[in-house]
Structure formats: C-alpha cells, structure tokens
Design a protein around this ligand. Structure first.
Ligand code: IVH
Length: 688
C-alpha cells in the first residue's frame, strides 16, 4: 500500500480553480501587462496549489503551473524535423530596395491594387516553434537549419509568458475555441533589463558574462537543465503560424492581422508594436518610426519585418529557395561592429574617479559614428585582455555609451600590441593617483583638480557643509567658467565688483551672496571636514572623526592606523583621509580657507560623551524580560551602538537562551558576555 490518500471532491475543485486562477493571472501579467493582484497574493495561490499537489501527487498534470520546471536535466538534445520548414527572410536596407520589393510583388500578382502589409519589429533573439495539440503545449523546438531543429521543450516550458495550455486563463465567461493543432513560430528573447541583471549576477559570482541579450537567450535555451532557464528572464513574441487546424466548421483567419488576434485570444504574446499598413511608403514610415523608438524598447531589434497581410496572397506569391516572396526584413544599422583601439586615455570624473577610455578608429554603429568607448576600469581591461592596437568588437545598444564587448585580435596578427597602464599622476592636475578599493583609482587632488573643481565647490558650499545660501549649481558653474573661482578658498575672496558682470546678478543678490558667504565663515569642524569632500567621508564619519580627535590638526596628523581606531572608520576610509591630507595642495587650500576667515571652535565640537558612548553591543538568543527591540532602544538611549555581528570592536555580547554562532564568536574573540539578569542589572545601574 502506498500512503497516498484520496482527495475529496472539494479538493479537486479547489485545485482546478487554482490552476485557472494562476493561468489567468499569468495571462494578465505577461500578456496584458496589467496584473490585478499583488505578487504576494499570486505567490499564495501558487503555494496553496503546491500544497495540494504535494498531498495528492496523483493530481499533478503536465500543464499544471507547478510543472514548468518539470523534468530532470536531459543528457542530450533530440532532433525535431519541422513539418513545415522554417524559412528565413530576405533583407533590404533602404527605401529604394523596399519599393522594388513591392514592385516585384505587384508584378507577380499582376495587380495595381494597394497591398496591405503587417509590420513588426525584427526581434533579436532565437527563432523557435511551439506545437499545441488540443490546447496543450506538447513540443518546442529551435529553428535549427530550418528543416531540422532541436527539442527544447524542457526549457521553453519555464517561460512564464508561454501558456502550457492555450485558451485558459482568459475570462472564463468568454471561452475561446481551441485549435486541434497549432504550430506557432516566434522569437524567444531576453529583455535588456533582464540581460543587465543576469550579467551583474554573473559578475558578482565570478562566472562568465554574456556578450549580448541574443547570446544569453541562445545560451540559456541550449542548457540541458531546465532550472537554469527558469531563473533567466526569457520572453517570446509570436510572429507566424506554421500549422493551424481548427475544429470542424470553424473558419480560418484570412489575414496575418486576424491570426495575431487569434493568437492573443489564446494567451500567446504578439508584439504590441505591430501595425497593419498600406503600400511600401507606409511600410517605410513604420520602419522609420520604429527606428526612432528603438532605444526605448526593453528588447533588442535589428530591423522591421514586413509581410503581405492577406494569407491567400502569401500562398499565391510562394517561396524562393530559402525565403518567402511575401516577406522582407528592413534592416537597421548594426549595433555591433569591429574596429581597432588606437589609444587608451584616462578621464577624471567630477568626483575624481579615473576611467580608461578607448580611442577607436571611427566606425558607424547603431546609426552613428563612434570613436570612443568606455572601458569602465582596469579590471575590465584585464577581463577583456585588451591592448592598444587590438581589434575589438564594439556595441552600441539603444542610447547607451558604446562599449567594448570583446577582443578579436588573432594571436599571430601582425600588429604591435601595447599594454594599458594606469598613470601614476592625474591627467588633469598631476596629483598622485591612488587606488580606491580593489578596482577603482582616483585622483588625490580633491580640492585642486580642475576636473573635480565644480563638484568640490558645490559640495563645500552645500547644506550639511558650509551651507552658503544663494550659491547654487548654476552660479558655481558661472563663477568657475568665468575664472573667478578655481577652488573653495577663492569663494571667500570674491569681491563685489567681480559679481556685477555675472548673469542675473543685481546689486541686491550680490550683497545677499556676500553676506551669506561671510556668515558661513563661522562654522563647525564637522561641517568643515565633511565639506572637504574626502571620498567616503559623509556627515556621520566627519562627526565621528571630530569626536575622536577633537581638532583638525590632530586629524591631519593621524596616520591610517590611528584613524582606524575611530568607530566606523575602516581601512578604506582611513586611507582616503590619510591620502587627502598628505596632498600638499589640499593642505594649502585649507590654510587659505583659514586665512580667509573660515573658523570654528574646537571645544564646541567634542561630543558630550554619553554614558555608554562608543560601546558596541551585540544581542543574541532570546531575552525573556524584554524584547530585543526594547533592549536595543534602551542601549541606544544610553549612547551605545547595537551591532548585528560580533567583531573585535564589540564591547559586550548579551546572550539569552538559544544563542548560537554569535556567542561562539564572542568566546573566540574573548569578548565579555552577559546573561539577561546581568544585563538588566547593568541597565538599571546606568540609568541612575
Ligand atoms: S518572420 C517566413 N517575423 O528573423 C517568415 N521573423 O531571417 C519567417 N525574426 O529566423 C520569419 N523577428 O528568427 C519574422 N517579427 C518577426 C521576426 C522574425 C525576428 C527572425 C527570425 C527569423 C529571422 C529571419
């Protein structure tokens, strides 16, 4: 006897209802793009269905939404012979060629009548065929060579915008007739946003990233284990029908436009950008409008596909060897081309980050001529294996800055390759270049570097720092561009006469500005320190440094090890602070600020030490007399910090029953531990 129990009628009914509800929400979400319930509600329905199926495994059917990742990994791919071959498309590149296409059609049909066309984006993905029998998805295959493809059903079943059973999920009071057999074709693609997310994850886990969304889609569909596809953001647009057998008596659609309408009724995705137009001129207008929209679409397209709309005319026109006579791809400019790297230069960003940029032999890509591409950072150069002199493939997708996707120089190519090295001095100001974390480099001339000038001044004058009212971005820009100020100290040397020549600067605003500048001179050390714009030194860190050291002189003298003693200051922050003050020019600017009258009172800024100031507590296990939140609040009220994990900086660990790894860690690091009773006594003692 197996332990399987027999489901009652109500369970079966609930199960059927759940499947219909889930299919309906999938349809609303994926096809109509207008979900009516939040994700958590959907997840609840799904969880309930899984629960019933777990209890009564005999009720699981292959079209249940729980069965998208149904099979174990395959050991190989099975070949599929297409009943109706999957053709490819002839291409045109301009209006004249498009007119010629229409002329050929009219000639063959021997007509002067207007021709209607169905136009759609040519989506850059993988062509596939789906076979539905009596509504059930029974097979999915790649196009392959058009005659023979590969069975990829296991992966395609995981796509949430492909129904496992067509026709259900739409409104139940308006049922649609299901075809006996439907073989529908379309393009499976990865969205641009999905692609970026997949690559980001690959980068984080150290695995290989994909070159473009099409490769990512193709690579995913070629996996033997469907779990991989289930995690990847793949989608499909259907664009043609190979086989359509309806119930007896039902009429077949007469046009492609009607066919798309039917496909939509069945819950399949068709491209919302499609349009039905008349004559080649309208086709061209469609293609131009689509090209203008290209960058805004969340998927890549490489052209427009133009098809004679009436199916009878398609049949009359027939095929050439590999392509139909009734369809044409109108190709857009390529988004990927190859070129050579003439040089690599380094740019200093407004916050001092130094970015390598490839200077390229100019090429036409994605509709524009490109002669530069960002290389992001030195790690990217290493990953690409890029040298000056290399031949590379560059890509310009949508409106993003072109980037180098890979190096294609042959190992034995007859070119001199030069290694790319980070300069030791900032190309903009000559200050020392320092590493910033593992990957980035930055200029240490924060206050003096012309590339960082505007940003440095903006930051120094902004709220939180010196807070100079009326000195906003626009004015700073004017002052810097007219050469009136070069660094933050110059702000305090501005003369009334100099302001007169500026745009929109009347007598009154000039007076107000000078008064605001004057007022700002009396400041506090944390504001001043924050205003210097040292990387990673925000308001809280500035305050912590001042509380610890008490004066600017002491902060400036401190080396990295001393700086690290400050709570919340780790090795990265410490290095930034040390480098900033090691830069002689930065020190000169600070001196000039002080001689211009910027001042603060040192004693004012040393924080009133709270009872438990600078003590770090970690709470673990269950507390019985009070909640953890309450304990935390009480500690914070006394000025202590409550951290989530134990480190050598931890002062105390409070451990209740059930404490685990944090307690072990405390013992390992020899950090004192209190039980709850001791803790309560401790609180009482300090509260008095
Ligand atoms: S129609 C007989 N429509 O372009 C008509 N194809 O070279 C066959 N493609 O392999 C294709 N978007 O992968 C058609 N809206 C679209 C398309 C499209 C992309 C691809 C498809 C095909 C290739 C044609």
């Amino acid at each position: 006897m197996t332990g399987t129990s027999i489901p009652g009628q109500h369970v079966v009914q609930e199960l059927i209802q759940l499947r219909q509800q889930i299919a309906r929400h999938d349809y609303l979400y994926h096809t109509l793009d207008s979900p009516v319930i939040p994700d958590v509600e959907y997840d609840k329905l799904f969880a309930r269905l899984e629960q019933i199926e777990n209890e009564y495994p005999q009720l699981i059917t292959s079209d249940s939404p729980t069965q998208r990742v149904g099979s174990a990994p395959l050991t190989g791919f099975v070949q599929v012979i297409h009943e109706v071959p999957m053709m490819s498309l002839a291409k045109v590149f301009n209006a004249t060629e498009l007119d010629e296409f229409e002329a050929r059609i009219k000639k063959r049909l021997d007509t002067h009548a207007d021709i209607r066309y169905s136009c759609e984006p040519k989506v850059d993905g993988v062509a596939v065929s789906l076979l539905y029998e009596d509504g059930l998805l029974v097979r999915a295959a790649t196009r392959g060579d058009g005659v023979t493809g590969e069975d990829i059903t296991h992966n395609v079943r995981t796509l949430r915008d492909i129904p496992l059973r067509i026709g259900i999920g739409r409104s139940s009071d308006n049922p649609v007739a299901i075809p006996k057999r439907l073989e529908v074709r379309g393009e499976i693609y990865m969205t641009r946003s999905g692609f970026d997310a997949v690559n980001k994850e690959a980068e984080q886990s150290g695995s290989k990233s994909f070159v473009n969304p099409r490769n990512a889609a193709a690579g995913t569909l070629r996996q033997l284990d469907p779990k991989i596809a289930a995690r990847r953001p793949l989608r499909m647009f259907c664009y043609s029908v190979g086989i359509l057998e309806l119930e007896e008596g039902a009429t077949l659609p007469a046009t492609l436009t009607d066919t798309f309408f039917l496909l939509e009724q069945w819950g399949l995705q068709v491209n919302p950008e499609r349009a039905t137009v008349t004559g080649s001129a309208e086709c061209l207008a469609y293609a131009d409008a689509l090209l203008a929209k290209r960058a805004t679409l969340d998927y890549e397209i490489d052209g427009a596909v133009i098809k004679v709309d009436r199916l009878q005319l398609q049949a009359d026109l027939g095929f050439n060897a590999r392509t139909p006579r009734w369809a044409m791809a109108y190709k857009f400019p390529a988004e990927e081309v190859s070129t050579t790297v003439k040089d690599v230069e380094f740019q200093v960003g407004r916050t001092g980050t130094i970015t390598p940029v490839a200077r390229l032999e100019p090429v036409f890509v994605g509709g524009v001529t490109v002669s530069n591409a960002t290389l992001h950072n030195m790690a990217e150069i290493a990953r690409l294996g890029l040298h000056i002199g290399d031949t590379v493939i560059i890509r310009r997708a949508g409106d993003v800055i072109p980037k180098v996707v890979k190096v294609v120089t042959e190992a034995d190519a007859d070119v001199t390759l030069i290694d790319v090295k980070m300069p030791q001095e900032c190309p903009a100001c000559g200050s020392a270049v320092e590493p910033d974390g593992d990957i980035l480099f930055r200029c240490s001339g924060g206050l003096v570097c012309p590339a960082q000038r505007k940003e440095a001044i903006r930051h120094f004058c902004a709220r939180g720092a010196l807070d100079i009212e009326g000195l906003g971005d626009k004015l700073i820009e004017q002052l810097v561009e007219t050469g009136l100020i070069r660094d933050v100290a110059d702000v305090f040397h501005l003369q009334r006469e100099q302001l007169h020549d500026l745009e929109r600067m009347g007598e009154k605003s000039a007076n107000n500005l000078l008064a605001a500048i004057d007022k700002s001179k009396s400041t506090t050390l944390p504001r001043f320190l924050y205003g210097l714009g040292i990387p990673e030194v925000g308001e809280a860190t500035a305050l912590a440094l001042v509380s610890h050291f008490g004066s600017l002189e002491r902060i400036m003298r401190a080396d990295a090890t001393t700086l690290e003693q400050v709570e919340d200051v780790g090795p990265i922050v410490a290095a930034h602070v040390e480098h900033f003050f090691a830069n002689a020019e930065n020190r000169v600017v600070i001196e000039r600020l002080q001689t211009a009258g910027v001042h603060w009172r040192d004693e004012e800024v040393v924080a009133q030490s709270d009872i438990l100031n600078r003590q770090i507590f970690v709470l673990t296990g269950t507390l019985e007399q009070m909640s953890r939140d309450e304990a935390k609040a009480q500690l914070q009220a006394l000025g202590a910090k409550v951290a989530g994990s134990v480190s050598k900086k931890t002062t105390w660990v409070v451990a209740g029953p059930g404490a685990g790894s944090k307690l072990d860690k405390a013992q390992e690091l020899e950090i004192p531990v209190m039980d709850e009773a001791t803790f309560l006594a401790f609180l009482t003692e300090h509260n008095h």
